[in-house]
Ligand binder design. Structure first.
Ligand code: TPP
Ligand code: SF4
Ligand code: MG
Length: 338
């Protein structure tokens, strides 16, 4: 069996994962990694930041630098990372509770400042990790542990709030449209400023089963039947069709306001810093530096292989103990996985 191109970006040593069977977060991981592979983004320039929740556990399974922070605060941590090192691509993975409830103010002001980061919000309409309480996005009438007779409150529209606050790019899709999710993540990752991809996703365990949507398939079908594409929604509304019970999906905004990093003049400073560093090096020093970096990467790969080998065969362990060639060990691992 051949390896999927995004598989080397997964941390197999962290398996088994905590997500339930049928959880929509798996679809988000797949779209996200495919987007990164297709954009050919360098791993060392990416940092993931997440809060607390099932969705916020995602970066822990990815072979990237990441920060698992506190509930509601990933955007605040991400702001610090971006301003301290504007060269990095900062990706926040958050949930509807994490982002719109406890983290609501961080979200509003990051979008208003148009700070350069990509936020992927797994909106499952509930607090999945803590057993399914009502969240700011729970639709009216839906039953949760804290709204057993049906939620009376009107929900927050995360995507439209982000547009109103000032984000450069905002899209919303459901997990029933994985290709659109991937394409939007690619766009979000290549734009300046605050970019958001909201993904309506299924939580059959804590929410679906309380609302006659017992399985992931039931929930995906619900999304297919109850979402309307933005351009259709506009046409239908003009014809007087009531869409209040539907969820609109699509690209809500795609604009080019300057991001906060540029507004603070950090882009120029960063460019100057890189130029200065490069200027000072002689061709020999540059070659030596490249060699050193290659050696560091080789060492890091070896360490990763050592961890992976614990899951592998005695033959692989022996090859690693004897300091065998990294490429040969990798080939053996692929063979072992069949
Ligand atoms: C300050 C604080 N308050 C409350 C909690 C409990 N808590 C953990 S996860 C969570 C909600 C997670 O919901 P969401 O962000 O939507 O993620 P999901 O699990 O649905 O993916 C809550 C309230 C906490 N960990 N810290
Ligand atoms: S409780 Fe819901 S959100 Fe959490 S892992 Fe299970 S299905 Fe996913
Ligand atoms: Mg949630």
């Amino acid at each position: 069996m051949s390896m999927h191109p995004s598989e080397p970006l997964l941390r197999r040593d962290r398996l088994p994962h905590i997500l339930c069977e049928g959880c929509g977060d798996g679809i988000i991981v797949n779209a996200l990694l495919e987007a990164i592979v297709e954009l050919n983004l360098p791993r060392e320039k990416i940092v993931f930041v997440s809060g607390i929740g099932c969705s916020s556990r995602i970066p822990g399974y990815l072979l990237f630098d990441s920060l698992h922070t506190t509930h509601g605060r990933p955007i605040a941590f991400a702001t610090g990372i971006k301003l301290a090192n504007p060269e990095l691509k900062v990706i926040v993975i958050t949930g509807d509770g994490d982002m719109a409830s406890i983290g609501g103010n961080h979200f509003l002001h990051a979008a208003r400042r148009n700070i350069d980061m990509t936020v992927i919000c797994s909106n499952n309409y509930t607090y999945g990790m803590t057993g399914g309480q009502v969240s700011p996005t729970t639709p009216r009438g839906w039953r949760t542990t804290t709204s057993p007779y049906g939620n009376a409150e009107p929900p927050m529209d995360i995507a439209r709030v982000a547009v109103a606050a000032g984000a450069n790019y905002v899209a919303r899709w459901s997990t029933a449209s994985p290709l659109q999710i991937k394409e939007s993540i690619k766009k979000a990752l290549t734009k300046e400023g605050f970019t958001l991809v909201e993904v309506l996703t299924q939580c059959p365990t804590a929410l679906g089963r309380r609302n006659k949507l017992r399985t992931a398939v039931d929930m995906l079908r619900w999304y297919k039947e109850n979402t309307v594409a933005l351009h259709h929604a506009q046409e239908l509304e003009e014809q007087g069709v009531d869409l209040s019970a539907k969820v609109v999906v699509g690209e809500f905004v795609d604009r080019d306001r300057p991001g906060l990093v540029r507004l603070l003049g950090l882009v120029k400073e960063e460019e100057k810093r890189i130029e200065k560093k490069e200027e000072k090096l002689t061709p020999e020093q540059r070659a030596a530096k490249r060699k050193e970096e290659e050696e560091r990467l080789r060492e890091a790969r070896k360490r990763i292989l050592e961890v992976i080998a614990k899951l592998g065969s005695p033959k692989i362990r022996r090859m690693i103990e004897l300091g065998g060639d990294v490429e040969k060990i990798e080939k053996e691992l692929v063979k072992h996985e069949g």
